[in-house]
Ligand binder design. Structure first.
Ligand code: GLU
Length: 361
């Protein structure tokens, strides 16, 4: 379960201890039914900023890092106190992007979370904001919670937000907007509706919720989006009450390695392909050959993850590339049998082999 900053803080930006007490109540109810819970908590930067006397969400990286350092301690103190009084043990787990993208650290993080659960403790996870600088940050805990859900093979991801689900329009502006109870798939139309949004101290907005839904459901994990301000919400969600939006898992979930490729690794560049290659990749399950490449963007090395995009910039697939950007620029548009003559070697026939590619559309 992920709890957003706006669900954990009072309007003045300070920590809502009552809300954490209630979370602890719900955690107790849940563990009594034999279920295991992992919490992904936001709020460190917001609460820390308030304690440091900021009037707005900090803007610069050092400000955010300082605020997170102060706020993370305050957060854990509140969790520890509330959960301990119900005989529940919490364990702080701070993750960076590398902890989920680097294969070895990925497995390590998974072992830690599993061990904590096995020992009956409740992992309380946040991004390690004090050391993660912007360029390498995930930056939002919606994405983090979805990655954590896939890391532990969760049965369900619940995101508690300041809105009680996904609406057919922006409920703050459009009074006719209806909440969608069930979303079978995150479509570009839904993404267009979700648009920007966000709050003063949190980062989320609906886009990151949809991104999280894509990650979780692609891994076969249903996601439930609802409001953090309702009481006993977790019991209601598990009872199947219509209290938010349920995103249904994909019928054919990605396997662990494909998930790692698709969601955990960070793309280092983009390869633009023509319509023929697009069809071959998306519809016919083929590898990407140099003949279909019409442009190369970025400075990636052999083995890096890259996005494959069409002429409109839409991502078609992502995968591990066999040729570095500079080599690829020289062989783009060429036939496979000419690679050796151009580069003086031919290590691979394919630019991206099918086994190392995941279709995104
Ligand atoms: N990790 C951030 C924090 O604890 C929250 C990011 C988010 O709001 O999604 O402040």
């Amino acid at each position: 379960m992920k709890i957003g900053t706006s669900s954990l803080t009072l309007p003045d930006g300070s920590l809502d201890v009552g809300r954490i007490e209630h979370l602890a109540d719900q955690a107790l109810e849940l563990t009594r039914t034999g279920r295991q819970l992992v919490l992904v908590t936001s709020g460190a930067i917001g609460v820390g900023a308030r304690r440091l006397g900021f009037s707005h969400r900090p803007q610069t990286i050092p400000e955010k890092q300082a605020a997170a350092a102060v706020g993370q301690g305050l957060l854990m103190q509140a969790y520890e106190r509330a959960f301990l009084s119900r005989q529940l043990v919490v364990g702080q787990v701070l993750l960076t992007r590398e902890d989920v993208s680097d294969r070895r650290r990925h497995l390590n993080s998974r072992n830690t979370l599993r061990k904590l659960l096995e020992l009956g403790a409740i992992p309380v996870v946040n991004e390690n904001d004090t050391v993660a600088v912007d360029e390498i940050r995930l930056g939002d805990n919606d994405t983090l919670s979805a990655l954590v859900a896939t890391l532990i093979d969760a049965d369900l991801l619940v995101i508690l937000s300041d809105v009680d689900g996904l609406y057919s329009g922006d409920p703050r502006r459009d009074p006719g907007a209806q909440r969608l109870d069930v979303v079978p798939a995150v479509t570009p139309e839904l993404e267009a509706i979700a648009g920007g949004a966000g709050t003063a101290f949190g980062t989320g907005g609906m886009m990151t919720k949809l991104q999280a839904a894509k990650i979780a459901t692609a891994a076969g994990i249903p996601m439930f989006l609802t409001s953090g301000s309702q009481s006993h919400i977790l019991a209601a969600v598990l009872a199947g009450d219509a209290v938010g939006t349920l995103f249904l898992p994909k019928p054919r979930p990605l396997r662990a390695r494909q998930r790692w490729l698709a969601f955990h690794l960070r793309p280092r560049g983009r390869i633009l392909v023509d319509a023929g290659a697009a069809r071959a990749l998306v519809e016919n399950g083929k590898s990407l050959l140099p003949a279909g490449v019409v442009g190369v963007d970025g400075d990636f090395a052999e083995g890096d993850l890259v996005q494959v995009v069409d002429a409109t910039g839409r991502e078609l697939a992502r995968g591990l590339v066999n040729y570095a950007a500079n080599d690829l620029r020289r062989i783009q548009g060429s036939r496979t049998r000419d690679i050796a003559a151009i580069l003086g070697r031919k290590d691979y026939d394919e630019v991206i082999h099918r086994d190392n590619l995941v279709v995104s559309v």
